[in-house]
Structure formats: C-alpha cells, structure tokens
Write a protein that binds this ligand. Structure first.
Ligand code: NAD
Ligand code: DAU
Length: 328
C-alpha cells in the first residue's frame, strides 16, 4: 500500500512508521512542530518520503491524498497543559486539520483511519467499576479533548453524509520510546537523569490506563486491515494505575527513594480517571496487547531514555522553563 501518515514525526506516528516501512511505501506529512522531529524518523529515513507541511494546507493535503491508498491520521496538537495555556493551535490543527483531511479523502475516495483519544469521553469516578465503551457519551473536559471530540464528530458525519471510508480509534495513555519530554513518564525519567526532582500534579490520585505504544499501533494495523468502515474502536490494555504509583515505580526502577519527588500545582480541570473496555476490538479483530507487564515496559522505556539523551537532551531545558513559569 501507499500509506500517507500524518504526524508521522511525532511519538506514536514515528513508532508506527518504523513498523510500516517493512511492508508499505510510506509518505509522512508532518509540520515538524515543537513535538515532531526528523530524528525520530532517522532509523527509516532512507525508506520513507518526509514532506514537511501542515494538515490544514488543503492543496498539499489533496495532492498527497490523491497518491495514497490509505491515510492514517495522527497529526494533532496533543498536550493538555499546552491547550490550557493556548487553545488556538489545537482548534486549527485538530479540527481544521481533520476537516482538511476529510475533504481530500472524500474527493479521492481514499480509506482513512483517524487516531483519537479516550479523553473525548471525559472522566470516570475513581472508585467506580465503569470503563469507557464505544457507546459512552462524549463529554470532553479540556480544550485538547474537546477539539479531538470535534474531529471525531466530523469523521462520523463525513462517513454518514458522504460515504467516506473511515474508521476511528480512541486509545488510552501511551508510553514508550520517542515520547516528548513534556509528557508525564518521560518528564519524570529525564528529570531524574538531569538531576531535577520529579513533579507530581496535586495528590497523584488521578488514574490513567497505560498502554505501550507498540500495542496501540498493533491495534491501528488490525483496524486498518479488517476494521468495519464507519466504526469506532476503543484501544486499551488493562493498564489502570494512579499517577502516584507510576511516579514511585519510576523512582524505584531508577534506584531512588520512592518519595523523592515534589507535589506541584494541579492541572486545571484535571480528569480523574480513564479506563477502556477494549473487548469489541479483541473479540472482533483478534487484537491482544503484547506488553502486559507494565514494570517491564517502563524499565525498557527508562533504558531507552538513558541511551538516547542526544534525542531528548536539546528539548529538556526549554520544556522545564515553561513548566517552571506555570508553577509545575
Ligand atoms: P505528538 O505530539 O508526539 O506528535 C504529534 C505530531 O503531529 C508531531 O510530529 C507534530 O509535528 C505533528 N503536527 C501537529 N500539528 C500538525 C499540523 N497542523 N500539520 C502537520 N503535522 C502536525 O503526539 P502523539 O502522542 O504521537 O499523538 C498522536 C495522535 O494520537 C494524536 O492524534 C493524539 O491525539 C492521539 N493519541 C495520543 C495518545 C497518547 O497517549 N500520546 C493516546 C491516544 C491518542
Ligand atoms: O488518554 C490519552 C491522552 O493521554 C492523549 O490523548 C494525550 O495526547 C496525551 O498527552 C495523554 O494525556 P494526559 O493528560 O493523560 O497525559 P500527560 O502525560 O500530560 O499526564 C498524565 C498524567 O500525569 C495526568 O494525570 C497529569 C499527570 N502529570 C503530568 C505531568 C506532565 C503529572 O502528575 N506531572 C507531570 O509532570
């Protein structure tokens, strides 16, 4: 297949492209914002075409889509704290960007997989047995998740109104190599590696449902190959953990005292808990996560950051300066 991967220089997209080149011809469309990096694609740079451009650029998108058999749409502004500070780029990239992709796939009849997040469902109580399913009502809390929810709604409308051949996936929190150091797990690992104290928002009771990025991408492949057009699939790997436990596990795995961190200002509107019920994906598409031992996955991720300081080192001071200004 000729695959067009938007956002392929970001965390999940780059991991996806690393796998895709074995069997497909890949074009990456990425604006190379602060979150995207050519270095993330260095292992496959001779095997792909990297186009630096914006998903809101209709002429460019239309041209690239016309050459593709399928589009996997990862490109987005993704960091909740940045959305709280300045929502405008989220509206542009996530909503107008998805609209631009939809118009191009509609025009050329190209298959689309739209990558989205569990945050569109809002949050769950800490002590409830509930998990998100495909029929949970959308109830986004943040400027980030509301733009992802809007994008999902556009995809659904384009499927119904124009017969666009699209699927959607809503996945929980990813971890693994090439994740930007602004995000929770890489931030704490690289804080320790640079002699800073790790930072926990609020009490750390908030729960996230962690999944290894390779498992997320494995599910995207299954959906792209055999997913039912028009469907939404939830992707999760039974990885619920509160932030305090994740923080302590990182500290222990890195040979530190488990309480050697700071509590900092909580995130505004901080979602309490996410939890995914992935059973339709498992039952219908035979998907199952491979990285079921979270500590082992975290251990490998810590090793990756230890071994790849040249990838994240140049970003670290600027990210921490922004956090310091916000009291986080
Ligand atoms: P990321 O921030 O690491 O990467 C995003 C990429 O998109 C970057 O390479 C950036 O340069 C590119 N980009 C941003 N705006 C663009 C634009 N206007 N035009 C072209 N490229 C643009 O993000 P990620 O964590 O890899 O997330 C990828 C996708 O997966 C997003 O759609 C996100 O909502 C979704 N998602 C992420 C997670 C997670 O835990 N990280 C979980 C579920 C879903
Ligand atoms: O659930 C999927 C979502 O996961 C994706 O859609 C988003 O793009 C992705 O950024 C992620 O969102 P979160 O807000 O859950 O991830 P983040 O890494 O920013 O934070 C994870 C949790 O850790 C959250 O409860 C806030 C907390 N946190 C975060 C940072 C950066 C801290 O306690 N300390 C920190 O320094």
């Amino acid at each position: 297949m000729n695959l067009l991967v938007t956002g392929g220089a970001g965390f999940i997209g780059a991991n996806f492209v690393h796998q895709a080149v074995a069997e497909h011809s890949v074009t990456v469309l990425d604006a190379l914002t602060y979150a995207g990096s050519r270095e993330s694609l260095a292992p496959v740079e001779d095997d792909i075409r990297l186009v630096q451009g914006d998903v809101t650029d209709a002429d460019l998108v239309t041209k690239l889509v016309a050459e593709a058999d399928a589009v996997v749409h990862f490109a987005a502004e993704t960091h909740v704290d940045n959305a709280l500070a300045d929502p405008e780029p989220f509206l542009r990239s996530n909503v107008i960007g998805t609209f631009t992709i939809l118009e191009a796939v509609r025009r050329h009849g190209v298959r689309l997989h739209h990558v989205s997040t569990d945050e569109v469902y809002g949050d769950l109580e800490l002590d409830s047995p509930q998990r998100f399913t495909e029929s949970t009502p959308y109830n986004p809390s943040s400027p980030y998740s509301s733009t992802k929810a809007a994008a999902d709604m556009l995809v659904r409308a384009w499927v119904r109104s124009y017969g666009v051949r699209a699927t959607i996936s809503n996945c929980s929190n990813n971890y693994g190599p090439y994740q930007h150091v602004e995000k929770f797990i890489p931030r704490q690992i690289t804080n320790i590696l640079t002699g800073r104290r790790p930072k926990l928002y609020g009490s750390g009771a908030n729960v996230r449902d962690w999944i290894h990025v390779e498992d997320h991408n494995g599910a995207v492949w299954r959906i792209l190959a055999d997913g039912q057009l028009g469907r939404t699939y939830l992707i999760g790997a039974a990885g619920e953990r509160d932030n305090l436990s994740v923080m302590r596990t990182i500290l222990v795995l890195m040979g530190r005292d488990p309480d050697d961190f700071d509590h900092v200002v909580d995130r505004a509107g901080h979602d309490l808990r996410y939890a995914i019920d992935p059973s339709p994906l498992c039952a219908e598409l035979g998907w199952a996560p491979k990285h079921t031992d979270f500590e082992a996955g975290l251990h490998d991720t810590i090793d990756w950051y230890r071994d790849n300081q040249s990838w994240w080192g140049p970003l670290k001071d600027a990210v921490e300066a922004v956090y310091q200004e916000r009291g986080q």
